[in-house]
Design a binder for this molecule. Structure first.
Ligand code: ASP
Length: 326
């Protein structure tokens, strides 16, 4: 049976053309639909242009609008492909994972490192993969890039120029393409855990902080004064926090005491955090920080934003953060 796929375009390099202002995502339906139809082969596609944005300009309100649009139309389609700039695609993919909890169809984000107008671009290949993954029927939110499918909340952009721009962090690839075709590791796709509901509530009062030796501890009080409800910290190694000269532990304890949520992970790309190993991690745990463990930074920031949009109850937030699906 012919699969019916919706393509939602939000912009990015894939739909960009050169201008005096630099590359701008200004290609429209007429410029790219022919190419998309060609790679879609036996799938029937509908095309909708939501935005024409460089993804550096995507804001949380856009995540909400994308999720709401999908909630409105998902019943009419076998799968949905979102064309998106690569720079913040991992944030959008992560947030859609939380907002579209238990989505019964595939939602596949893709983009490219070169415009679809360029004869040697990766655009057609990535769209081909995204459309056929969307038609394959595995429910969930995914990123399709360079012949690999990544679980949405595990994707991270790791290269600025190579076509191999995304990796699956601390989790196996969901699918790869080789001479055997599209091979999907079905057991790696988290099963649907309940009824589908679109839940777009979030808090934008979340801050992301990367530690460096010598960071002034008073930043935490300043963030609290600015109204931030949560901070994600990319700490050292397994999750180490300094307490010798410039004592972050005391500063973090003070804002946790006032109700702020502090989520600590690592600035290393792979393997995640485990704050139980070193004293510098245990001191953080003792003052009440929560652990990111194997989450990507993109997943941690968006999950904390989403969790704070549901509740301000610390125990409930801890529960949400540690669940694979909210
Ligand atoms: N600056 C572009 C964007 O994120 C990069 C890309 O799409 O590859 O929109």
């Amino acid at each position: 049976m012919t699969k019916h796929i919706l393509i939602l375009n939000t912009g990015g390099t894939l739909s960009s053309k050169k201008s005096e202002r630099g590359l701008v995502p200004e290609l429209g339906k007429d410029d790219i639909l022919k190419d998309l139809e060609w790679v879609a082969r036996d799938c029937r596609i509908d095309y909708e242009e939501m935005y024409s944005l460089d993804s550096a300009n995507i804001v949380p309100e856009d995540w909400k609008q994308i999720a709401l649009r999908i909630g409105d139309v998902y019943n009419d389609y076998d799968g949905i492909v979102i064309i998106h700039g690569t720079d913040t695609m991992a944030y959008t993919a992560s947030m859609l994972t939380w907002m579209l909890c238990n989505i019964p169809i595939p939602v596949v984000l893709t983009g490219s490192q070169l415009s679809i107008m360029d004869p040697v671009a990766d655009a057609m290949e990535n769209c081909r993969l995204a459309i056929h993954m969307a038609a394959a029927g595995h429910p969930g939110v995914f990123v399709a890039f360079n012949r690999k499918i990544i679980l949405g909340c595990r994707a991270s952009k790791v290269r600025t120029m190579s076509f191999d721009a995304f990796e699956s962090i601390n989790y196996p690839y969901i699918a790869t393409v080789d001479s055997r075709g599209l091979r999907v590791a079905e057991d790696k796709i988290p099963p649907i855990g309940g009824k589908f509901r679109v839940n777009v509530n979030y808090s934008d009062q979340v801050f992301l902080l990367k530690l460096f030796p010598g960071l002034r501890p008073d930043i935490f009080e300043a963030l609290y004064e600015m109204g931030y409800q949560g901070v994600v910290i990319e700490a050292f190694g397994l999750g180490g926090l300094p307490s010798r000269e410039r004592d972050l532990i005391q500063a973090i304890a003070a804002v946790i005491e006032k109700g702020m949520l502090v989520l600590v992970g690592t600035q290393c790309r792979y393997d995640g955090s485990d704050m139980s190993v070193y004293e510098t991690g245990r001191k953080g745990l003792a003052c009440g920080v929560l652990q990111m463990r194997e989450m990507t930074t993109e997943a941690a920031v968006t999950k904390l934003m989403w969790a704070l949009g549901q509740t301000t109850d610390r125990d409930r937030i801890e529960e949400i953060l540690s669940s694979r699906r909210p």
